[in-house]
Ligand binder design. Structure first.
Ligand code: DX5
Ligand code: ZN
Length: 213
């Protein structure tokens, strides 16, 4: 099943609650919440307090993408704030296995992300500890970038390994996803599509979500 997770980074952040309610009503399975610290990536967004306030306004799955250093220091606090899925970057964490276990023990789904330069094989050892792998299809940090088609073989390699081992793991893609690039990633094995600009910059968000699906 294809799941759509619109990234609120491209939404009107002064009306975040109504933006999230709108995509929930439009049939999105999740809301993708990008947390940036200005250190792991050269940009800043929002953190736990915003997510905690938003939690009172919507029941949609909160898919929290941590683009921060030391994710082990903050993961539990994001779960307490309302994160349902916590994704952290393997490049930002010395002991990813412990953190995946901690996230699951705290009752959330655990996911790990790989930047474009990190190979799929970097997460192979961790596949039995996680629920989702996020393959970045742009360099993390900014919305509105161009999809990197050279990430498609990485998605295929990861899907093949997951199938070979008989695991039930989502593959999420993030960056430059629109109806055309979505199709390529799904053919390669992705099943969770993050889309910022192509959903929130569309006049009709429901039509944009339907087009991705
Ligand atoms: C980029 C973020 C993305 C971003 C995607 O670092 O992780 O989630 O919002 O935006 P689009 O869909 O515009 O590329
Ligand atoms: Zn993201």
């Amino acid at each position: 099943m294809i799941k759509i997770s619109p990234s609120v980074l491209a939404s009107d952040l002064s009306n975040l609650a109504s933006e999230v309610v709108e995509i929930e009503k439009a049939g999105a399975e999740m809301a993708h919440l990008d947390v940036m610290d200005g250190v792991f990536v050269a940009n800043m967004s929002f953190g736990m307090p915003v997510i905690e306030c938003l939690r009172n306004k919507s029941n949609i799955i909160f898919d929290v993408h941590l683009m921060i250093v030391h994710p082990e220091k903050y993961a539990k606090r994001f779960i307490d704030a309302g994160a349902d899925i916590v994704t952290f970057h393997i490049e930002a964490c010395d002991d990813p296995r412990s953190l995946l276990r901690e996230i699951r023990a705290a009752g959330a789904k655990a996911a790990i992300s790989v930047k474009p330069a990190t190979p799929a094989s970097a997460v192979f050892d961790l596949l039995d500890e996680l629920d989702m792998v996020l393959v970045m299809t742009v360099e993390p940090g900014y919305g509105g970038q161009k999809f990197m088609a050279d990430m498609l073989p990485k998605i295929k390699e990861l899907r093949a390994e997951i199938e070979r081992r008989g695991l039930d793991i989502d593959i999420q893609v993030d960056g430059g996803i629109n109806p055309e690039t979505a199709k390529l990633t799904v053919e390669a094995g992705a099943n969770v599509l993050v889309a910022g600009s192509s959903v929130f910059r569309a006049a009709d968000r429901k039509a944009a979500i339907d087009a991705l699906r």
